[in-house]
Design a protein around this ligand. Sequence first.
Ligand SMILES: [Zn+2]
Length: 62
Amino acid sequence: MYQDPSDSPVHSPSPEHTTTTVERGSFCLARCSCGWSGAARRSRDRARTDAQEHLGAPEERG
Ligand SMILES: [Zn+2]
């Protein structure tokens, strides 16, 4: 388990879901401590939106 202090995680309502943004070349994608990862985006802001949706979405059977 590790956290990048330089990258502020999205404010998560649940401690079980800690989202961060990961840069992949010229793309950026969201990642969660639960193992979820968003699609590659061209902007970090988009990746954050993915993370927000993940946190806001009901955790049904994945
Ligand atoms: Zn999660």
